[in-house]
Design a protein around this ligand. Structure first.
Ligand SMILES: [Zn+2]
Length: 109
């Protein structure tokens, strides 16, 4: 279950958990996505790009379908297939960033 809601103490925020090591993936550049055959259903798995986490998945090589995509590629593909309004996403990202920045400023004051 890679997409979870983390309680930050000031509300819940979405986070992606590595299916190999179970830790949060905190940077898109450190996230690899693979399709994994699970009982005839191809499910998307997220893992750290590190060799350690990739090796854990290599143990199940027969179930990993030939793909290794970046999180950015997956989001772009998903956005296209679901007709996501990217302008709204960018606007929401700015709102969240301002909220986090003000919370951080309040903590420092
Ligand atoms: Zn990992």
């Amino acid at each position: 279950m890679p997409l979870v809601a983390r309680d930050t103490g000031q509300g819940h925020r979405p986070a992606i958990v590595c299916d190999a090591c179970g830790k949060d993936i905190t940077r898109a550049s450190d996230c690899s996505c693979v399709w994994f055959d699970q009982d005839g259903l191809s499910v998307l798995r997220f893992l750290h790009s590190s060799a350690r986490c990739a090796r854990i998945f290599e143990q199940h090589e027969e179930q990993v379908l030939p793909s290794n995509l970046s999180l950015t590629a997956i989001l772009g593909d998903l956005g296209s297939s679901m007709a996501i309004d990217w302008d709204a996403v960018i606007a929401q990202t700015a709102v969240v960033k301002r909220s986090l920045d003000s919370t951080h400023d309040d903590e420092e004051a």
